[in-house]
Design a protein around this ligand. Structure first.
Ligand SMILES: [Zn+2]
Length: 269
């Protein structure tokens, strides 16, 4: 296990290489795997305090001091992703604020299925195609990656038959853990109740990427992204999410006690 404090994003231009999304040979940007808009928003909203963790099965909770980037996409493709990220990071923050005690579902304003699905799928796609060790557990099969790539490039939501997405707001019924929006866990495999895939914690949400064939039954689970004009965001207690408790417990406690000394370091772009 390594920490990556020495891998701050470089601001030198990268040599021209193949962009992972458009596959053209172009100068690559330092691309964030977890959207940089999120890191920027966290920086603004909480004095830059950010906790990100490696959730590989064999590692203990780890703090990462950078915002997890590598040369991956050209400027044009970065822009493509930005079009989904910027509004959705904002919308998810607004939605998160509406979860008060006793509220377990909130209507998402101006829901646009395609852009939300593109936004969320782009994160797991980036995690799978990047070479950072923090994301090495994410390995989507080649044909799945290629379908997702082509769909994202064309601006289409990848179909449920390729990847299904479920999103729920993580809530802390005790109010003891502080701001859950600050926690990012790198995606890890999960399997429960007949569904499996990868689970990502970020921005106060738990996002499940379902890599098994999505049946009609699965498409009915709470928080499953459906191609519809409205969306109701359900909540789930963080105490009911095994992975969150397993990885997060010690770190969260330390953080609440002020024993953690690391900060988010968004790229200076
Ligand atoms: Zn490109």
């Amino acid at each position: 296990m390594t920490t990556h404090a020495d891998q701050q994003p470089s601001h030198e231009p990268h040599p021209t290489t193949r962009c992972a999304l458009c596959q053209e040979h172009r100068a690559l940007r330092e691309s964030h795997i977890v959207p940089n808009a999120y890191f920027r928003a966290m920086k603004k909203g909480s004095n830059g305090k950010l906790i990100s963790m490696d959730t590989s099965p064999d590692s203990v909770a780890m703090s990462s001091q950078d915002s997890l980037s590598e040369p991956l996409l050209c400027a044009e493709c970065e822009e493509r992703l930005c079009k989904w990220e910027t509004p959705w990071i904002r919308k998810l923050r607004v939605t998160a604020k509406q979860f008060k005690a006793g509220v377990d579902e909130v209507a998402v304003k101006d829901h646009d299925h395609a852009s939300l699905k593109c936004f969320l799928v782009s994160i797991i796609w980036r995690a799978s195609v990047c070479s950072r060790p923090e994301f090495s557990e994410v390995t989507l099969p080649g044909p799945v990656l290629e379908t997702i790539r082509a769909d994202l490039l064309a601006g289409n939501a990848p179909p449920d038959g390729v990847i299904g997405v479920r999103i729920r707001k993580l809530v802390d019924p005790t109010g003891q853990l502080g701001d859950l929006e600050r926690f990012v866990f790198t995606p890890a495999r999960f399997s429960e109740g007949g569904i499996q895939g990868y689970r990502l914690f970020f921005a106060g949400y738990v996002v499940d990427y379902l890599t098994l064939r999505v049946t009609r039954q699965v498409a009915k689970i709470r928080g499953f992204l459906r191609d519809a004009s409205t969306m109701s965001m359900p909540s789930i207690s963080c105490f009911d999410v095994r992975e969150f408790m397993r990885v997060g417990r010690s770190m969260v406690r330390k953080h609440v006690r002020g024993q953690t000394a690391f900060k988010g370091a968004p790229a200076a772009r």
